[in-house]
Design a protein around this ligand. Structure first.
Ligand SMILES: Cc1cc2nc3c(=O)[nH]c(=O)nc-3n(C[C@H](O)[C@H](O)[C@H](O)COP(=O)(O)O)c2cc1C
Length: 177
C-alpha cells in the first residue's frame, strides 16, 4: 500500500465483525507504532492489549463508571459499545517520565503509525478519547505507573466509511517568504 493510500484511505471504523485477530497482526501494528519519532527518543509509549475476558472486564468497568456520571458524557456509551464489539482493544499509555508535553506528542505519533499499519493490513481501527471521562477509574483499574493516553479499537470490518470533511491546505497553512 502506498503512503498516500494509507494516509488518505484510513478511516475511523466503528462497526466490527467478531472474527478473531491473530496476535501476530496486533504485534505488527505495535511494532509499527514503535517506529514513530519520540521526544529525546524516549519511546514513551506503552500498550495493554485486551482481548476476550480481559476486554470484557474492562468494558464492564467502563460502562459501569460511565453510568455513575451525572454530566453529559457525549459519545462515550457509543464508544463503549464499540469496545465491546471490537475483538481487540489496545489501551495506550504515556510513561510520562519527564512530565513533558512532548511525551504526549510521541505517543500520539505512535498511535497514528499503529492506525496506518492496521489499515494496511485490512483492519479497521478507532482512536478513542472518550475513556478520559473515567480517567481516574481506569487508572485505578490497571494500577500502571504511567498516564492513560487513549484506547484503540481494532477489528475486521465490512463497512467502508466515506471520508470525513477536511480543511484544505490553504485553510490550514500559511506560506511565508
Ligand atoms: C484524540 C482523538 C480522540 C478521539 N476520540 C474518539 C472517541 O472517543 N470516539 C469515537 O468514536 N471517535 C473518536 N475519535 C475519532 C474521530 O472522531 C475521527 O478521527 C474524526 O472524526 C475524523 O474521522 P476519520 O478518522 O475517519 O478521518 C478520536 C480521534 C482522536 C484523534
Amino acid at each position: 500500500m502506498s503512503i498516500d493510500d494509507a494516509i488518505k484511505g484510513r478511516r475511523s471504523v466503528r462497526t466490527y465483525k467478531s472474527d478473531e485477530i491473530k496476535e501476530g497482526l496486533v504485534r505488527e501494528c505495535i511494532e509499527a507504532a514503535t517506529f514513530a519519532p519520540s521526544a529525546k527518543n524516549g519511546q514513551q509509549w506503552r500498550f495493554t492489549v485486551l482481548t476476550g475476558e480481559s476486554k470484557d472486564k474492562f468494558t464492564d468497568m467502563y460502562r459501569n463508571e460511565l453510568g455513575k456520571l451525572t454530566f453529559d458524557v457525549g459519545s462515550s456509551f457509543g464508544s463503549c459499545t464499540m469496545m465491546e464489539e471490537a475483538p481487540v482493544v489496545i489501551v495506550v499509555w504515556n510513561t510520562n517520565e519527564r512530565g513533558w508535553t512532548t511525551e504526549v506528542h510521541s505517543v500520539s505519533a505512535a498511535i497514528q503509525n499503529l492506525l496506518l499499519k492496521a489499515h494496511s493490513l485490512g483492519l479497521g481501527t478507532c482512536w478513542i478519547g472518550d475513556i478520559f471521562y473515567t480517567y481516574e477509574a481506569i487508572m485505578d483499574y490497571f494500577k500502571k505507573p504511567w498516564k492513560l493516553l487513549a484506547a484503540i479499537t481494532v477489528g475486521w470490518t465490512d463497512v467502508n466509511p466515506g471520508p470525513r470533511p477536511r480543511l484544505s491546505v490553504d485553510e490550514v497553512a500559511e506560506f511565508l517568504n
